[in-house]
Design a protein around this ligand. Structure first.
Ligand code: PLP
Length: 383
């Protein structure tokens, strides 16, 4: 099997799974319980929070555990909207955000909020300068992703942060779900960033755990009211084994990350140069290292719908996506390619390869051999 769908989800790492299992067995108490078992679980949770904070270079009190990236994004958008409504009703998001941002924004529009869309260029990179024109006195939130999940474009978070320096009351949120472990933290967690969303299953952690970095002093309405867990900001009995093993997964992901990034980039470059040779192949990801994440490559074979290629590869035990996992089953067109002005007919051909450090050059070579066979078969259909 060749698994090239790591942006959809990653396999949980063995050590991380061991930690999950052992924690589940040994720390059975509810962290809110008064007795020793509760205290033990609470102490362990504190350690996990400290570890995550240390790895991200932030304060322990700024780390909140959630259930996934989608929850983190919804929390920031809706939590900001509810909290800051007296000060303004205007939100800015980019044209290529994940549905957990765009759909949350649509819900807020239905509640009377106004949402402006930041455009992107032909490489899927946000136009930071356009932000200046969109900002209004009633703007309460700007939300932009760090790395796009469909084409892998790396976003100008530092430039956006610089612009927002002059607007300290506006919340700035970065969805870094696809960035962690793939592009350096310093490029997306700037001093100006107020909130960052992460998701454990994208970095070999367990399903069902997310992390929200929330800068000290920021105000955000809780979405979950209840028993007052997570410093009274996110109620619900804590997922102790999930959170502990997530901290471990994050540590493992960030260990030797420069070397891993280089390895993944090398694999992607090999794919890119081989695929670019084909007459009927169009590459949709940026080909410049500075603006493209090392692990995501979006391309298509002219005249062949993306799902046809995905299923043809699946027959050979090779797994890739039609741009994003969320849109693929619903047969939705890629919103990112649409924002990049790629014609609909072309966008329908797009597929996404997403790599990680566990992939090998042998897999890349095997993929290319199979791809070559399929391409020849498809070329006959194309004529
Ligand atoms: N943001 C981005 C950029 C993503 O790629 C994803 C998932 O693919 C999410 C948010 C949602 O994360 P989760 O699957 O943990 O809800």
């Amino acid at each position: 099997m060749i698994y090239f769908d790591n942006s959809a989800t990653t396999a949980i790492q063995r050590d991380v799974l061991d930690t999950y299992v052992k924690t589940s067995q040994r720390f059975i108490g509810n962290p809110s319980s008064l007795h020793r078992l509760g205290e033990n679980a609470q102490n362990l949770l504190t350690k996990a929070r400290e570890q995550v904070a240390g790895l991200l270079g932030v304060k322990t009190s700024e780390i909140y555990f959630t259930s996934c990236g989608t929850e983190g994004n919804n929390w920031v958008l809706k939590g900001t909207a509810f909290e800051k409504r007296p000060f303004g009703n205007h939100i800015i998001i980019s044209a290529i955000e994940h549905p957990s941002v765009t759909k949350a924004a649509e819900q807020l529009i239905a509640q009377g909020f106004e949402v402006s869309i930041l455009p992107v260029n032909a490489q899927g990179i946000i136009d930071a300068i356009a932000l200046k024109q969109l900002l209004r006195p009633e703007t309460i939130l700007v939300s932009t992703m760090a790395v796009n999940n469909e084409v892998g474009s790396v976003q100008p978070i530092i430039a956006i942060s610089e612009i927002l320096e002059d607007y300290p009351t506006i919340h700035y949120h970065v969805d870094a779900v696809q960035a962690i472990g793939k592009v350096p933290i310093t490029t997306w967690l700037t001093e100006r960033v107020d909130f960052v969303t992460l998701s454990a299953h994208k970095f070999h952690g367990p399903r069902g755990v997310g992390i929200l970095y929330r800068k000290e002093g920021t105000r955000l309405s809780p979405l979950f009211a209840g028993g007052g867990q997570e410093n009274n900001q996110r109620s619900g009995t804590e997922n102790v084994p999930g959170n502990i093993s997530t901290a471990k997964a994050l540590r493992l992901t960030l260990t030797d990350s420069e070397w891993k990034i280089e390895k993944v980039r090398h694999l992607k470059d090999s794919l890119l140069s081989a695929l670019s040779e084909y007459e009927w192949v169009s590459i949709y990801s940026s080909t410049e290292a500075a603006t493209s994440a090392p692990h995501i490559l979006c391309f298509g074979i002219r005249g062949i719908r993306g799902e046809v290629l995905v299923h043809a590869l699946e027959e050979k035990d090779i797994y890739i996506s039609t741009t994003s996992a969320c849109s693929s089953k619903k047969k939705l067109n890629s919103s990112t390619l649409e924002a990049m002005d790629i014609p609909k007919k072309e966008a329908e051909t797009a597929v996404r390869i997403s790599l990680d450090e566990n992939n090998t050059m042998t897999e890349v070579e095997q993929f290319l051999t199979i791809f070559n066979q399929l391409y020849k078969k498809f070329s006959k259909l194309n004529r």
